[in-house]
Design a protein around this ligand. Structure first.
Ligand code: SF4
Length: 339
């Protein structure tokens, strides 16, 4: 999958059009040219993606437009069309936290769904009743597939979020019976874990969840759910070694790129690429080329040399973890939990 940033994150998710963001301090770190991806930049990216085999292969799996809040980009519909010329599988991630159907953000999402793009959401319990639920209901009239990210801080938090989804789909009737069945299975397993191992570690959690599927799939509707533990971020923007729901375990990330396999690539608005699994938030330093500025040959050269840097950093992380120095930064500039 290719994940492409189309909108800078200002760390403040306004509920509607961003009227104030451009004077909001966190954005000031970024040059104006990086606030919203432009259609011209998207076109340049699309042309380059077609000409670099590694990127084109990932694009044919899926191009995921993200941010920040992708629907706040005023040109997102045109940008979506540009990337749909590369692959039929273009999706966009949104928080669905909008004021009304008159919101330009909602109108953009509607147009994208009508043009065959898939819109996915991250569940926010604070926004669920007042906006997410209503817009999700409308979304189901326009698309027959959906992936929901559930970011949880504790097991009861996870239980609560699964219940929100379960009740929502129960109310939608038999068309979604397969979704309800899947969510019911999640709900039962989490409830059992809370009753039997309320402070469980991640291993027990994984065993407790068993081989629960991530998808409930029928021709009428395909549903996917992704459970993501939340993390504390320190004042310098570095993610903690442990997740919030499982504070006793180091949360290590297996890095495919360090093993020579590029499974995902994140492209930032300035064109910089990271083969990262977390939309670029992990502050991984080795760069895999710039899709706007570099030639296909330069990109391939940078990918090759950076993969060696990742492999070396991962080796040092291993040593640090073994010798009780987990969390120390290595000179390769990769996060200490990458493995
Ligand atoms: S080293 Fe870590 S942050 Fe960097 S690409 Fe690999 S998994 Fe992502």
């Amino acid at each position: 999958m290719l994940s492409i940033f189309v909108e800078t994150s200002c760390n403040r998710y306004n509920r509607d059009e961003c009227e104030f963001c451009h004077v909001y301090e966190p954005l000031m770190e970024h040059p104006v040219s990086e606030w919203h991806l432009t259609v011209q930049q998207a076109q340049m990216m699309a042309d380059k993606i077609r000409n670099v085999d590694v990127l084109n292969t990932l694009a044919q799996q899926e191009i995921n437009l993200t941010g920040g809040e992708a629907s706040q980009n005023p040109d997102i519909v045109e940008i979506c069309k540009v990337f749909q010329s590369v692959t039929p599988y273009v999706c966009l991630h949104t928080n669905l936290d909008m004021l009304s159907e008159k919101s330009k953000r909602w109108q953009r999402l509607v147009e994208i769904m009508q043009r065959g793009g898939r819109v996915d959401i991250t569940l926010y319990p604070t926004a669920w009743e007042k906006s997410q639920k209503l817009f999700l209901e409308e979304m189901l009239k326009l698309q027959n597939k959906l992936i929901v990210n559930v970011v949880y801080e504790t097991l009861p938090d996870l239980q609560n979020q699964i219940d929100l989804l379960l009740n929502f789909f129960k109310d939608r009737g038999s068309l979604y019976a397969h979704v309800t069945k899947l969510l019911q299975s999640y709900a039962e397993k989490v409830t059992t874990l809370i009753a039997t191992h309320p402070h469980c570690d991640e291993k027990i959690f994984t065993m407790g969840m068993g081989d629960t599927e991530a998808f409930a799939s029928k021709p009428e509707f395909i549903f996917g759910i992704s459970l993501l533990p939340a993390f504390n971020i320190d004042k310098n923007g570095f993610r903690a070694m442990t997740s919030l729901p499982f504070p006793r375990d180091k949360y290590l990330i297996g890095c495919p790129a360090a093993r020579g396999s590029i499974d995902i690539m994140t492209i930032q608005q300035n064109g910089e690429m990271t083969p990262c699994c977390d939309v670029g938030n992990l502050k991984c330093q080795p760069k895999f080329g710039n899709v706007l500025n570099d030639s296909p040959e330069e990109i391939m050269g940078k990918m090759e040399s950076s993969m060696k840097v990742l492999a070396s950093g991962v080796r040092k992380n291993h040593e640090n973890i073994k010798s009780g120095k987990a969390g120390e930064q290595v000179e390769e500039g990769i996060p200490p939990y990458c493995n």
